[in-house]
Design a protein around this ligand. Structure first.
Ligand code: TXA
Ligand code: MG
Length: 344
């Protein structure tokens, strides 16, 4: 199939383009669209055949459930059994926004969306194009990130086309996304509420509203650093080249690059996600100017672009420093650890 691209203004998208894209969703097709986090690949969440197409376009395994995107609270009531008080408190601050909540689902939500779970993940994105699309479609839209399974998430329409051109009906192109990492997934069926995936809303910000919040510990506490291990598997968010991580300081990053060169990597095949000013003494390596260390918003925004860009430079290995595990740093860290193949 040919993938149609509608270029739209991010603040006030052309209603004709929105209507056309919404018509495709209503007829069971697939449309990629921008959110404030990353681009999503949307289908009518209440149409199981449409939802199945998402999995085949992405080559995503059926056991990985999808987030359902809504444009107002009445859509939420269509999908979930009960809206807890905690949700209303969170909504004052973070809805619409980069927060996904997991709640007990109504039978109307197909098993294809939830991978058979009794719960559904729901989010109201804070992006005029996404909200206009959902409203015009008149149905909740199931949408994972619009990348092929196992690839870094897309933060531009070009990224979506790199992975999915010819596999989806269309894409609303509104330029690069703002947040750059995916939403925080918060399970409100657990007590205390549990973060299943760190993302655009920090744990600290959630705790201000809810009190104690737990983070599901899937990650090994000690991240292996320094050199790739043999047989390392590309996993979630992984570029097609190995990623290795260093502590978050300039001398550690430089030492790791030196070590790689001693192990036979030629400098022009080493890609670096480099904070501004960290590589003044290093020559010849392929540098992606990531941003100012400490400006986690900027670093999050440019993370996936950096991974994809370095990959296109045909480097043999990518080196990146790990931010501290707080605020937005926790989400960046999580994505880098997954990209390095070290997370389960
Ligand atoms: O920012 C985002 O969240 C983007 C944009 C497009 O909204 N979407 C996104 O979707 O990242 P995806 O499919 O790539 O990630 C969804 C995550 C997965 O880790 C999935 O396991 C989890 O949400 N999830 C979905 N439904 C769930 C459920 N019922 N229970 C627990 N986790 C769930
Ligand atoms: Mg994804």
């Amino acid at each position: 199939m040919e993938t149609k691209v509608w270029k739209v203004d991010p603040q006030s998208p052309d209603p004709k383009a929105i209507a056309e894209a919404a018509g495709i969703i209503r007829r069971g097709g697939l449309v990629a669209f921008p959110t404030e986090t990353v681009y999503g690949l949307g289908a009518n969440a209440l149409d199981k055949n449409a939802v199945r197409k998402i999995f085949s376009a992405k080559e995503r395994p059926a056991w990985d459930p999808l987030i359902v995107h809504i444009c107002d609270l009445s859509m939420l009531e269509q999908l979930v059994d009960e809206v807890p008080e905690q949700f209303h408190k969170l909504a004052e601050k973070f809805v619409p926004g980069p927060l996904t909540v997991v709640l007990r689902k109504k039978p109307v939500v197909p098993d294809e969306v939830t991978a058979g779970l009794p719960t559904v993940a729901v989010r109201m994105p804070n992006h005029p194009v996404a909200l206009a699309l959902i409203k015009a479609a008149g149905v909740p839209i199931a949408a994972p990130s619009a990348n092929k399974f196992g690839r870094p998430s897309p933060t531009t329409a070009e990224h979506v086309l790199q992975d999915l051109a010819g596999r989806i009906d269309g894409i609303l192109d509104a330029g690069p996304t703002h947040v750059g990492v995916e939403s925080t997934v918060l399970d409100l069926t657990k007590s205390p509420p549990t973060i299943l995936r760190p993302g655009g809303v920090s744990k600290e910000a959630l705790e201000e509203v809810l009190g104690e919040v737990e983070v599901l510990q899937k990650l090994p506490s000690e991240v292996e650093k320094g050199l790739p291990s043999p047989g390392m598997m590309p996993r979630h968010y992984a570029p097609s080249v190995p990623v290795i991580l260093t502590d978050g300081d300039a001398s550690e990053l430089v030492a790791t690059i030196d070590r790689l060169q001693r192990h036979g990597y030629s400098p022009n095949r080493i890609g670096v996600l480099a904070p501004v000013g960290w590589l003044t003494d290093i020559e010849g390596v392929v540098v992606f100017n990531w941003g100012v260390w400490g400006d986690w918003h900027e670093l999050a925004q440019r993370l996936f672009e950096g991974l994809r860009w370095l990959e296109r430079q045909k480097v043999d290995i990518i080196v990146a420093p790990l931010p501290p595990p707080s605020g937005l740093g926790l989400a960046i860290r999580d994505r880098l650890i997954k990209a390095s193949g070290k997370a389960p």
